[in-house]
Design a protein. Sequence first.
Length: 256
Amino acid sequence: MDIQYSQPFERCQPKWRGVVDSSLAAAARVLWRSRCVLCHRPGAPSADLCEPCERDLLFNTDYCRICAQPLAENAGQSRVCGGCVRKQPLFDASFVPYRYAYPLDRMIQRLKYGNDLSSGRVLGQCFYQRLIVARTARLPEALLPVPLGIQRFRKRGYNQAIELARHVAKRSGIPLRMDIVARIRETQEQASLPREERRKNVKGAFALIKPLAYAHIAILDDVVTTGTTVNEIARVLRRAGAETIEVWAIARAGRR
Ligand SMILES: [Zn+2]
Ligand SMILES: [Zn+2]
């Protein structure tokens, strides 16, 4: 902390200046010391997660390159899961750096149901860190967060996918586009439905509202489970002429 003293103070109390400075700086450290968003222990300055909590995050390292489903060790070189071999989704690839497991699931639940937007910032930071470390392929030209229905948006007050995407876009410089695809009818929350019901629930739920000006685009969501919602958005983008469609999400949950 850089403290500006008045001239009289400077002249009359020079020997106390260092003591005052260091005391104020120590008080500032105590008052504004950052705390871990998960365990609330004091963390390093400007860090949102303490080191032990960060170490507990489970990476999704070996996954299907199309749908991000974790693969068995003997999955072979193709890195495509059995589900995608049987029926390839309408998107081309996924980048999902974490598994939906403790303690990351707590941050996602707080962001989704707890009105805790700071969790969105931390999740965005985590995603971006993994993007720098683990991503080698060309980046998409735009990020498209999964749109929320109007009713759910009004109830929640924000869209968790946008909150996450905002931080990723800001750090990566990739444009954030929320004006290309809209949810044109209300749907039930996918997490409450079995796989077959999920497909019916989102069928025809999205529409293009602006001509697509990008060949390579990433749909961004918080968690991907069966990929049914993002697949339905990919259908709209593909019809609009997208050549490469990726799915980006912070975490991959197990299929039900
Ligand atoms: Zn912690
Ligand atoms: Zn797959």
